[in-house]
Design a protein around this ligand. Structure first.
Ligand code: 4NP
Length: 155
């Protein structure tokens, strides 16, 4: 089983969006029983809360399930629990490394570094543009799936 964790600040906008999109993408390629997907926030501000209405609207529009999603905070134990830890921006990456207390994790990746964009994923909590973020999430998820297929399933 390959375990993927998406991490953002609040765990209500960007990371649940990526979680839903990536789970669907894996399922569409018959990899649902081989790839486990979760998301978490570096803050504890929205623990137990459902995703932001803007994220829920996009997921519904694109027929992506948001079933069971509830905010949770990143823990130190997530370093051992997941193979790929995907942070949405540079601040998330710094906070993940801090939370893991220098755990020797091989796969902590800024999401859009997997694409040609090489930048932070815009946070729609502040930009208000959930479509822009959704389009980039789609690109990032496609690149991540290619990477995982190459690294884990091409043997
Ligand atoms: P997210 O966006 O990190 O993509 O979930 C945010 C959600 C909430 C807040 C900031 C960013 N907030 O300040 O509460």
């Amino acid at each position: 089983m390959i375990r993927v964790l998406f991490v953002c600040l609040g765990n209500i906008c960007r990371s649940p969006m990526a979680e839903g999109v990536f789970r669907k993408m894996a399922a569409d390629e018959q990899l649902a029983d081989q790839i486990e997907v979760d998301s978490a926030g570096t803050s504890d501000w929205h623990v137990g809360k459902p995703p932001h209405q803007g994220t829920l609207s996009k997921l519904t529009e694109y027929k992506v399930s948001s079933e069971g999603m509830a905010g949770r905070q990143l823990t130190k134990e997530d370093a051992e629990g997941f193979d790929y830890i995907i942070g949405m921006d540079a601040e998330n990456i710094a906070n993940i490394r801090e939370r893991f207390e220098d755990a020797d994790h091989q796969r902590i990746i800024r999401f859009l570094d997997l694409t040609s964009h090489q930048k932070d994923l815009p946070d729609p909590y502040f930009t208000g543009d959930f479509q822009e973020t959704y389009d980039l999430v789609l690109e990032g998820c496609q690149s991540l799936l290619e990477l995982i297929k190459k690294e884990e399933f091409a043997k």
